[in-house]
Design a protein around this ligand. Structure first.
Ligand SMILES: *Cc1c(COP(=O)(O)O)cnc(C)c1O
Length: 934
């Protein structure tokens, strides 16, 4: 490949395209690399330092049992976790169906019809609900129940203030509602375990034309009246306890469900996040896709063919057993002389104990974590894993003289009547989980086949390279994924005392140190649980720093037109004013325009948000000048680090003038994309003393404004949390997230990491050079090179043949490939990023597919294929279409289904082209285009 490009070695190539002013001229100071075997041994040792206590802390996190069939066939199956976000719906039907199942489950349990499938955790879901309520009602005050989980209160505070939403405490018995109140937010059951009668307050809130947000425990809704039954407008929460281990904080799927609050269905239309919708394909078959605007995704209940309710029975069974065990504890604690503080509760008790210090001491001896309230009382939350043996231990913590045995416990449990909630006013009477999907797979054989059937509908990294520009779909090495089975990572409650998590803390420390060395920053926060959340945390740090240093008027954020859609959205959330900067015809930031705008807003300038290498796939030589110019006028530089895959070992944002960046560990640092999440978006910050341009900034200027946490304080960090857990999505059974990145860096060392960046750049240049001629490469640097990704122009074909970029994307499915990034950052183009993981043969295969498609376009140009009915316009072709007796298209079946020899073993799209009127322009993410923010 180097020969083909005319370079002697990798250094010669990357010295040519990485500008000399910013090049890192030394080796990174990282530990020597080790092989897979030794890495796993070392990691196991570190994991062994974690002490897994039995946790009854609750607060939204509960231990769970993950069925072996799920572990084996989904969690440990790279075919299920390495797919991309389902933007190319025709080859994502499996994931879309499983997400639709999730949405349906949430809708049925909450009793609210419209749900989404993309929230990060419970606390961010609560913050989203508050923002939604404010938008929908055009009011700016929320009343918050003080008995929310503390991390939820935290997030409401962090996220609401910049949006101008004020919060006041809610008194459920006597709410002081007024015309400014957008919503009341209530935890159900509340953080102390109480189940309250909410009928009265909900009526009052609705009379005030405000909305009701219930933060609920999904599990409890099997027994308790659902938010829909109660008349709530929005329900949010976490699906963690439905089989996702604690994992020291996540990732755990958040959810949101909304009702029909008015005739215009305002809440459904305004609901944030991704919503899976049902549509039709070109053959009239049912097909799923991401619905961005139309909120028509609910499976019609009247299509249900069965009303056997196995799943419902299971939930009732789990909940009833849970309640019996809770009742057992209640009786035993009362016997021991303690006081149970509330009357109606679900699985959580608040106990006023006779002697708190004894309880604490005995809990520690028994390796049990309880929740200790500030008022000296104790919280106990049971979960589905609490067994007779646990009950014995638990009772002995509260009663030193207790000497129960298992038989006695079982006997006592049998005597407790069931169901406990029965026909109390809190009891649920409405049905749920009626849909056949919840009632059709009764045996393991059936379930395994269903899981496999879904997997087989999707193209993932087990089939082919996924060349998505800016998304860095690289190898997720098996060795990095091994720790997903280790209980020493999975079993830790996020609010367990830090000293029980020394293994995790060691990994965090290593990672913070290594990421600092890789990026040139001085401090890192691992809390943000996505790239966009990192952007938000970084901008918030800038904003809070400016406010604290007496410059609150600085709120303008300069953002180039080419920026990722999350950039302007994050700026808005952080209460900054977006001012758009032009690009020049090379796709670079228009430096003149930037300088002019920095000067024009010199009194209000807060920050610039730039991506480097640019989203156009070029190392712009002006980057240092851009940073200097912004500093000159008192602004800070936010560098979007999603493209770090081109820079590791070659140049460092902290060196060339950036103040803060997020990294996408799920891109550059090998965490699988998991079909659209979870992710980790840590942010690094610079200590400003090192920057000579502006003298009057205090030392460590942004560090104190990194996200903190109210339950587990993080040294010196005072800004509110941006995620529910202090270290965000540390790890869990689905993916041991941070250990993956740890393992990657540990095995690569400085040399391996640098070579990875160089290979990523070589691969992109090789593919670009091979495609050149057939396709125009839209942007290159002065030397004619690209960085780690490049854009090919598909605009001319539209004029000459009517073939659009979407036709090329769909036709690639017939060749067995997932399309590159479509129409972003440039309309009617494709952006290709091969990454370092792909070998020459695989890249050649993709190039050959694209060249072959170019030839098909030429056939249309020459009139050899019809302009309307050709393999591109009709793509993708399903197997049933190609094999159908009624083939009547004016080209051959072989050309349709087997355009290349390898297509005999491809993954077939399971549906034809999906009827989807919108979205072509904005397929990268669901945020509106940047222009709409101006
Ligand atoms: C992926 C990406 C983001 C957003 O990251 P998420 O984890 O998807 O929120 C931001 N900027 C750029 C350039 C990206 O490629």
């Amino acid at each position: 490949m180097l020969d083909f490009l005319g370079f002697k070695n990798l250094d010669e190539l990357t010295n040519t395209n990485v500008p000399s002013q910013i090049r890192l001229e030394r080796e990174m100071d990282l530990p020597q690399p080790i092989d897979e075997y030794r890495m796993l041994k070392e990691l196991k040792q570190i994991a062994g330092k974690n002490k897994v206590y039995r946790s009854y802390i609750g607060m939204g996190y509960y231990d769970t049992i993950v069925p072996a069939v799920i572990i084996r066939n989904i969690t440990q199956n790279i075919g299920w976790i390495s797919q991309y976000t389902p933007y190319q719906a025709e080859i994502s039907q499996g994931r879309l169906e499983s997400l639709l199942n999730f949405q349906t489950m949430v809708a049925e349990l909450t009793g609210l019809p419209t749900t989404n499938a993309s929230l990060l955790d419970e606390s961010t879901a609560v913050a989203e609900a508050v923002a939604l309520a404010s938008r929908a009602t055009k009011r700016s005050k929320v009343m918050v129940d003080p008995f929310l989980h503390p991390q939820n209160l935290d997030l409401i505070k962090t996220r609401s203030a910049p949006l101008g939403i004020s919060t006041v405490d809610l008194c459920i018995e006597n709410p002081q509602l007024d015309k400014d109140v957008a919503a009341v937010v209530i935890q159900y059951p509340d953080t102390e375990g109480r189940v309250q009668n909410l009928e009265e307050i909900i009526t009052k809130v609705h009379e005030n034309k405000s909305l009701v947000v219930l933060v609920c425990d999904l599990m409890s809704l099997a027994l308790l009246r659902s938010p829909g039954d109660l008349g709530a407008d929005i329900a949010v929460g976490s699906a963690q306890r439905f089989g996702v281990p604690l994992g020291y904080g996540g990732p755990h799927a958040g959810f949101m469900a909304v009702g029909k609050n008015d005739s215009k269905n305002t809440l459904s239309r305004m609901m944030p996040g991704r919503i899976i919708g049902v549509s039709k394909d070109a053959n009239g078959e049912r097909a799923l896709r991401l619905a961005l605007q139309t909120r028509e995704q609910h499976i019609r209940r009247d299509k249900a063919t069965s009303n056997i309710c196995t799943a419902q029975v299971i939930f009732f069974a789990i909940c009833n057993i849970l309640l019996k065990r809770r009742q057992f504890i209640v009786l035993e604690l009362k016997l021991a002389g303690h006081t149970i503080l509330h009357k109606d509760y679900f699985d959580t008790l608040k106990v006023q104990v006779t002697d708190i210090n004894t309880v604490k001491k005995r809990a520690e001896q028994k390796q049990i974590n309880l929740r200790y309230f500030a008022d000296g009382s104790v919280g106990v939350s049971l979960d589905e894993t609490t067994k007779a043996e646990d009950l014995i231990n638990l009772v002995s913590v509260f009663n030193e003289t207790s000497d129960l045995n298992e038989d006695q416990v079982m006997e006592a449990l049998a005597e407790i009547p069931s169901p406990l909630i029965g026909n109390s006013i809190h009891a649920r009477t409405s049905k749920f989980l009626q849909h056949p999907v919840f009632n059709s797979y009764h045996s393991e054989a059936q379930l395994v086949r269903y899981i496999k059937r879904l997997e087989n509908k999707d193209v993932s990294l087990v089939h082919s390279m996924i060349p998505l520009g800016s998304c860095t779909m690289k190898l997720n090495a098996s060795a990095e994924l091994i720790p997903i089975t280790w209980d020493s990572f999975n079993g830790i409650h996020p609010f367990a005392p830090v000293k029980q998590a020394s293994g995790y803390q060691k990994i965090f420390k290593d990672l913070e140190k290594w990421l600092c060395e890789i990026t040139g920053y001085d401090n890192f926060s691992l809390q943000p649980n996505s790239g966009a959340n990192g952007e938000y945390a970084g901008l918030l740090a800038i904003r809070n720093y400016l406010i604290h240093s007496g410059q609150p008027q600085r709120n303008v954020c300069l953002i180039p037109t080419s920026a990722h859609g999350t950039n302007p959205a994050s700026a808005q959330m952080a209460n900054m004013r977006v001012v758009v900067v032009d690009s020049d015809h090379h796709g670079n930031i228009n430096y003149k325009d930037l300088a002019a705008k920095a000067e024009k807003y010199s009194n209000e300038l807060a920050a610039v948000m730039v991506t480097y290498p640019s989203t156009h796939g070029v190392f712009e030589s002006s980057i240092k000048d851009v940073c200097d110019k912004v500093h000159e006028f008192g602004g800070q530089v936010y560098l979007d680090g999603a493209n770090m895959n081109a820079q590791v070992g070659l140049c460092r944002p902290g060196d060339y003038g950036s103040d803060v960046s997020h990294l996408n560990l799920h891109k550059t640092f090998c965490i699988p994309h998991g079909g659209g999440g979870p992710g980790v978006g840590p942010i690094g910050v610079k200590f400003f003393e090192k920057n000579k341009v502006v003298q009057n900034f205090r030392k460590k200027h942004l560090s104190p404004f990194l996200p903190g946490h109210s339950i587990i304080p993080i040294d010196g960090r005072n800004t509110g949390a941006v995620s529910a857990a202090p270290w965000g999505s540390a790890s869990n059974f689905i993916l041991s997230l941070l250990p993956i990145t740890w393992a990657y860096i540990r095995m690569m060392g400085h040399g391996g990491l640098k070579k990875a960046s160089q290979m990523a750049i070589l691969n992109a240049n090789y593919m670009a050079r091979r495609l050149e001629g057939a396709y125009r490469i839209v942007y290159k640097d002065e030397q004619g090179l690209v960085a780690h990704e490049f854009i090919i122009d598909c605009k001319p074909f539209k004029r000459s043949t009517g073939v659009e970029v979407v036709d090329i994307a769909k036709r690639l499915m017939d060749y067995g490939f997932h399309s590159p990034t479509m129409s972003w950052p440039v309309n009617d183009c494709l952006m290709i990023e091969p990454t370092e993981s792909e070998d020459k043969a695989e890249m050649d295969r993709l190039v050959d597919a694209l060249l072959s498609i170019r030839e098909e376009i030429a056939m249309v140009e020459r009139g050899e294929l019809d302009r309307q009915i050709n393999p591109l316009k009709m793509a993708p072709h399903t197997l049933s279409k190609v094999a159908s007796d009624s083939w009547n298209l004016p080209y051959s079946r072989e050309l349709a289904g087997f355009p290349k020899h390898w297509c005999h073993h491809k993954t077939w799209p399971t549906v034809g082209r999906i009827d989807d009127q919108f979205g072509d322009r904005n397929l990268v993410c669901t945020c509106p285009p940047i222009e709409s923010y101006q």
